[in-house]
Design a protein around this ligand. Structure first.
Ligand SMILES: [Cu+2]
Length: 191
């Protein structure tokens, strides 16, 4: 028969192994965070106009989900703005971010050509009359951790906020349907 002391030790061992696995889980999550500082495309010397925080977490099925918290504080006109992950981690100039992030065997990063089917396509960001915009959204199309959908591929990735809203191109290929000119850019950096 086990004494009270042995049971206590067992409980302690259980509790500490649960704690350890929780700590590992948290560390895992913490390893997969990233951020981007958004800067104006018109004036690259303009200080940051906003930021994006990214966090990868597993869904209940173990699918990798990435939460994105976008905050804009100034520099953008009121209204809706297309927001995408673009395929290259370069913002000088904003066109250096190239097309929409779309890895994979059938990759087609053409902004209007394969929209809204790119892996990097997101939803519109709304900016209010005070120039403030906040968006919390989740995507399963990209990952921060290693893998075929990782934004941290050889040449990295960047966020682009566009001047106009994304219409999601319901009529197929149509110039400007993915938001037109580029308003802001931010290189995605891992923590
Ligand atoms: Cu874009």
């Amino acid at each position: 028969m086990l004494g009270a002391g042995t049971a206590g030790v067992c409980l302690l061992a259980l509790a500490s192994s649960a704690l350890e696995s929780r700590a590992e889980e948290l560390q895992d999550i913490a390893e997969h965070t990233a951020h981007a500082i958004l800067r104006s495309c018109d004036d690259p010397w303009e200080p940051r106009i906003g930021s994006v925080f990214l966090r990868e977490r597993p869904s209940s099925e173990g699918v990798k989900l990435v939460d994105l918290l976008v905050r804009v504080r100034r520099g953008l006109e009121a209204g809706q703005h297309a927001l995408h992950i673009h395929e290259t981690g370069e913002c000088s100039p904003c066109s250096a971010a190239k097309g929409h992030f779309d890895p994979g065997p059938n990759s087609n990063s053409s902004p209007d050509g394969n929209h809204p089917f790119h892996a990097g396509d997101l939803i519109n960001l709304t900016v209010d009359d005070n120039g403030q915009g906040n968006l919390l959204t989740t995507t399963s199309r990209v990952t921060l951790s290693e893998g075929p959908l990782s934004v941290f591929d050889e040449d990295g990735s960047a966020f682009i906020v566009h001047v106009n809203p994304d219409t999601y191109c319901p009529d197929g290929e149509e110039a400007g349907c993915a938001g037109g000119a580029r308003a802001a850019c931010g290189i995605i950096r891992s923590h």
